[in-house]
Design a protein. Structure first.
Length: 149
C-alpha cells in the first residue's frame, strides 16, 4: 500500500502509543538544531504546533533556543513528560479553541489554559518573573527567563 504523499511524511503523533521515551531519544540522536524548531517539525513529531510548544518547553524548564545536542537524558525525559501532559490536557478539553472536531464543535483549550504562551508581560505561574517574548527562528516564543534558562 502506498503512503499518502502528505501524511506519509509525518512523524509519529506524540499521542500514539508508539511515541515512547525511547523513540524520542532515538529522534534526538545526532541532532544539533534548536529544540523548538525540532518540536515544530511535523516530520519529527506530528501534532505539536507553536501554541503547544510554548507550554511544553515551559513545563520541561527548557529554553526554546537550546541546542538538542546539549540535552541530558534527564532533560529529555522531562521534555517527554511535558509533551504528554500538555497534549493530553488539550485532548481532555476537546482540543484547541481555534480547532474544530469532525462535528464542527470548537475545542475547549483556550488562552486561559496556557501557562506562558502568548502571555508576554504577565507573571510566570511558577516564580512570578515577567514572561518575555523572544525570537526563535521564524517564530516567536514566550518564556520565563528564570525557569527556562
Amino acid at each position: 500500500m502506498q503512503k499518502h504523499k502528505i501524511t506519509g511524511i509525518l512523524g509519529k503523533s506524540a499521542t500514539d502509543k508508539a511515541f515512547t521515551l525511547e523513540h524520542l531519544n532515538t529522534l534526538f540522536e545526532g541532532k544539533k538544531g534548536s529544540l523548538k524548531s525540532f518540536l515544530l517539525d511535523q516530520k519529527s513529531i506530528a501534532g505539536i504546533g507553536n501554541v503547544y510548544a510554548q507550554d511544553i518547553l515551559f513545563r520541561a524548564g527548557l529554553h526554546p533556543n537550546r541546542k538538542i545536542s546539549t540535552l541530558s537524558k534527564q532533560e529529555i525525559s522531562g521534555l517527554y513528560d511535558a509533551i504528554l501532559e500538555t497534549l493530553n490536557q488539550s485532548i481532555k478539553l476537546g482540543g484547541a479553541a481555534f480547532e474544530r472536531d469532525f462535528y464542527g464543535n470548537r475545542g475547549g483549550f483556550t488562552a486561559a489554559d496556557f501557562l506562558v504562551g502568548y502571555k508576554q508581560g504577565k507573571p510566570c505561574p511558577e516564580c512570578g518573573t515577567t514572561i518575555e517574548k523572544v525570537k526563535t527562528g521564524s517564530t516567536s516564543s514566550y518564556v520565563c527567563p528564570s525557569c527556562q534558562k
